[in-house]
Write a protein that binds this ligand. Structure first.
Ligand code: NDP
Length: 487
């Protein structure tokens, strides 16, 4: 019999229960068991977290860049020192293969702190002289104050730290809420921050549901900026709540990303990367290329080769070394994805592979689904227009580059796009005209943290990454000084 874990909020450097004393069940998706309880925090807990953050702000915002940077780098080191434990916690909480959490999620969480710990040392403001007016202008980049960070369940520590690290580096204090579905690694991060010497109150982590704890962060009149990653509908709701409070908002939302495959591409490289861009993390990455369009001349060949590769992916317990597809994050999410497979049948989609739940021996109650490939007839069908966020891709042929572009853009989202071609002119044309915040050519999920990250259309507002994130978490103030004489 496994012992139950009781997670705590991390407020003012102290682990504490929700003031209400209430708890929420936390499930292990790989076997369907409840293995932890998390605090069901309310507005009162958010208020308490805010007070701690507000009290910590004057000292933290005036800490030297060198000190701040050293603490951030120490957090990065400690995340790596705890890699194994964090990766196991992430795999258990989320259902993702342990190999993926070990190779990608946790190292990236460390990299986020390292990147912004270093980045803040280069984040200098500019000055310019207005000759003739006899004025000198310079820009102060001032931390905003107390900011809110709200993140989703698919890449729990990866995305949580992607927000927190730049916010802290820029001198803000933070009230953060991870998804209630995957709270474990955010909980573990609290102790790591204390060990690294982060002063009490600078980072506060409040667990609980979106509509209660999350909403309280968004509604708090003195939490002046919200960095949110999650679904488009939730993002729209947050924008409505935050607008009358004049909060700064960064919204990283859903995607339904096109993967355009031309006959002149490096076929073998394209095949293996497309397998990843379709099904990595069970297809639960906002950047997955879930709409695959293939040039007609290679469509039948691609179908055959791709389906053969998909069939070879092992669906299994996240802790098995050869598992490529782990468990979906929750029962309700599994039901949602299965619902889309039923819709595909009604829409006359042809299921080329998958579509069925998988019973994993020893983990029979887990949420496992076959990777699923569906050939569609129409671009405008629900499974090709709505974000499924699971191991399901659609396939469709195209004849010309112009048609491919039209199909790619014919969707309400605009997060990322992938193009496979060896034609440089085509690359330049399509990259310019595709409606997306990120375009990958002959690669996928290749991330340099200095580059801007974010979407257009219903995929969001604002950019993260590099100085974009540090700009978001600061207010630019211009100072204009009049002087006499010639200098
Ligand atoms: P949700 O929008 O349901 O939730 C995201 C976060 O918001 C969670 O912490 C959630 O809490 C919280 N939340 C929910 N309701 C509110 C509210 N009223 N006020 C404040 N916070 C709230 O998204 P999911 O967690 O289901 O994540 C999947 C979605 O995230 C997909 O659409 C995916 O595309 C998107 N995503 C976008 C990325 C990007 O960079 N563009 C990257 C990764 C994912 P709780 O979980 O407790 O309900």
């Amino acid at each position: 019999m496994q012992s139950m874990h009781y997670l705590k909020n991390y407020i003012n450097g102290v682990n504490c229960d929700a003031l209400s004393g209430k708890w929420i069940d936390n499930y292990n998706p790989s076997d369907g068991s409840v293995y932890a309880q998390i605090p069901d925090s309310s507005k009162q807990d958010v208020d308490k977290a805010y007070s701690a953050a507000q009290a910590a702000f004057p000292a933290w915002s005036t800490t030297t860049i060198d000190t701040r940077s050293k603490i951030m780098l120490r957090i990065a080191d400690l995340i790596l020192e705890n890699l194994e434990g964090l990766a196991k916690a992430e795999a258990k909480d989320n259902g993702k293969p342990l190999s993926l959490a070990t190779a990608v999620d946790i190292p990236r969480a460390s990299a986020n702190f390292r990147f912004f710990g270093n980045g803040i040392t280069q984040f200098a403001s500019k000055a310019h002289q207005s000759v003739g007016l006899n004025t000198m202008n310079y820009t102060l980049k001032q931390p905003i104050g107390v900011v809110g960070c709200i993140s989703p369940w698919n890449l729990p520590l990866y995305l949580f730290t992607w927000k927190i690290a730049p916010a802290l580096a820029a001198g803000n204090c933070v009230v953060a809420k991870p998804s209630e579905v995957t709270p474990m690694t955010a909980y573990l991060l609290g102790d790591i921050c204390t060990q690294a010497g982060l002063p009490a109150g600078v980072l506060n982590i409040v667990h609980g549901t979106g509509p209660t704890a999350g909403q309280a962060i968004v509604e708090h009149p003195n939490i002046k900026a919200i960095s949110f990653t999650g679904g488009t509908q939730t993002g729209a709701h947050i924008a409505r709540v935050a607008a009358p409070l004049f909060k700064k908002l960064s919204l990283e939302l859903g995607g339904k990303n096109p993967n355009l495959i031309f006959a002149d591409c490096d076929y073998q490289k394209m095949l293996s990367v497309t397998l990843k861009s379709s099904f990595a993390n069970q297809g639960q990455i906002c950047l997955c290329g879930s709409r695959i369009y293939v040039e007609e001349t290679i469509f039948e060949q691609f179908k055959k080769d791709f389906v053969a590769k998909v069939a070879s992916l092992k669906v299994g317990n996240p802790f098995d070394a050869d598992t490529k597809i782990g468990a979906l994050v929750s029962k309700s999410h599994m039901e949602k994805v299965q619902g889309y497979i039923e819709i595909a049948k009604q829409e006359n989609g042809t299921i080329l592979y998958g579509g069925k739940p998988v019973e994993v021996t020893g983990s029979e109650q887990g949420y496992y689904l076959q990777p699923t490939v569906i050939e569609i007839q129409e671009n405008q069908c629900r499974i090709n227009q709505e974000e499924i966020f699971g191991p399901v891709v659609t396939l469709m042929p195209f004849k010309t580059e112009a048609e491919a572009l039209k199909l790619a853009n014919d969707v309400k989202y605009g997060l990322s796009a992938t193009i496979w071609t060896s034609n440089i002119d085509r690359t330049m044309r399509l990259s310019k005209d595709i409606q997306a915040g990120i375009v990958w050519v002959n690669t996928w999920l290749n991330r340099d943290l200095r580059t801007p990250f974010g979407g257009v259309k219903q995929s969001g507002v604002g950019r993260e990454g590099g100085f974009e994130a540090l700009n978001f978490f600061t207010e630019a103030k211009n100072v204009c000084i009049s002087y006499q004489g010639n200098i």
